[in-house]
Ligand binder design. Structure first.
Ligand code: NAP
Ligand code: GLV
Ligand code: GLV
Length: 331
């Protein structure tokens, strides 16, 4: 497909949710015809069929991480499609081979959500370490009868070891925050990362050593065939009984049924999760566990971050429609 001509003045772009930020003005000012499902002011997720219908005939689509781009979706969009701009940094919902074979650019929203997501990793780490979920549930249930010497005993943070799996942008930002607690940082990565070591003082170890040494383990790898079920029954067996596992990456990186078992049996102390294997479903038994802190995939959810993500998505779409390589091109 010829990608060099500027088609922005006649292009049709669909943004699948009414996200924050000035993306609509950015696209309209450039002459792009914008279709948004929520033009009536509402905001809801589309059914698969609505998604497939609305992307038809579009030159660009700004989409959500919950929308799957497989051969069926690329077929439904049509061969005029130039760019799929994911409103997320993770892009495991998009079949890159399909995109490449059709000459469609795929983009994401890196960097702008790094700090927001690292903050949620720490919110989960601290909440899981200090039992704040179960303590709050107890209070709200009317069970707070005064200070208790033995209730909701957690684990300490200062001076302990934080293990980072996936030393990329969010892994680095999460590790940097550990300085405030004088923690040691270890990391597992498929190559050495001098920039991570410089920013965090972290030491590279193999995955099994990280699992055995760490008091807190935080996952920051993308979901790929190699990282699927990277943490399962064998890995829980290597962790300390006082370990806290935090997952803000992608649910399938953890074998969720094995996690339920590890939490239930006390093989690890607690877990803090923002992501699940088959969202919005959760493994049987997970919601009933007091030592699991569970958030509904809110890693990047701040007003500011979500607005900047929307604008970055529009920047990527506009570049592609003008025949220029988008700044956040994945493929
Ligand atoms: P990133 O900068 O690309 O970091 C991911 C790192 O993981 C990269 O450095 C990559 O190394 C490394 N990696 C890949 N495969 C690995 C493996 N098998 N073992 C060890 N390391 C491996 O991405 P990011 O911006 O930090 O985002 C990370 C992930 O967080 C995203 O992919 C997304 O799934 C998730 N996320 C979730 C939320 C949320 O709302 N909960 C928000 C944002 C992001 P190389 O670069 O050397 O390949
Ligand atoms: C959120 O999960 C993202 O990948 O941006
Ligand atoms: C607790 O409130 C304390 O004073 O130790």
């Amino acid at each position: 497909m010829d990608h060099t001509t500027d088609i922005s003045r006649e292009a049709k772009v669909c943004i699948t949710r009414n996200v924050k930020g000035s993306w609509k003005e950015m696209l309209s000012d450039a002459g792009v015809r914008v279709v948004c499902p929520d033009d009536d002011g509402g905001d809801r997720a589309w059914s698969r069929q609505e998604f497939l219908t609305c992307i038809q005939g579009c030159h660009g689509v700004g989409c959500m991480l919950s929308e799957r781009w497989d051969a069926e979706a690329f077929d439904a969009a049509g061969e005029q499609l130039r760019v799929v701009a994911n409103y997320a940094v993770g892009y495991n919902n998009i079949d890159l081979e399909e995109a490449r074979s059709r000459g469609v650019w795929v983009t994401n929203t890196p960097d702008v959500l790094t700090d927001a997501t690292a903050d949620v990793a720490w919110a989960l780490l601290m909440a899981a370490a200090r039992c704040t979920g179960s303590a709050e549930r107890s209070l709200r249930a009317g069970e707070f009868h005064g200070w208790e010497p033995n209730g909701f005993l957690g684990v300490d943070l200062v001076g302990r070891t934080l293990g980072i799996i996936g030393a990329g942008r969010i892994g680095t930002a999460t590790a940097r925050r550990a300085r405030g607690w004088d923690m040691q940082v270890v990391y597992a990565h498929h190559r050495s990362k001098p920039e991570f070591e410089q920013a965090t003082g972290g030491r590279r170890v193999d995955l099994d050593s990280l699992l055995a040494e760490s008091d807190f383990i935080s996952l920051h790898v993308p979901l790929t065939p190699e990282t699927r079920h990277m943490i399962g029954a064998r890995e829980f067996g290597l962790m300390k009984p006082t370990a806290v596992l935090v997952n803000t990456a992608r649910g399938p990186v953890v074998d969720e049924a094995a996690l339920v078992e590890a939490l239930r049996s006390g093989q690890i102390f607690a877990a803090g999760l923002d992501v699940y294997e088959d969202e919005p479903r959760m493994a049987d038994g997970l919601v009933g566990l007091e030592n699991a802190v569970l958030l509904p995939h809110i890693g990047s959810a701040t007003e500011h971050t979500r607005a900047v993500m929307g604008e970055l998505m529009a920047t990527n779409i506009l570049a592609a429609l003008r025949g220029q390589e988008p700044p956040n091109k994945i493929s």
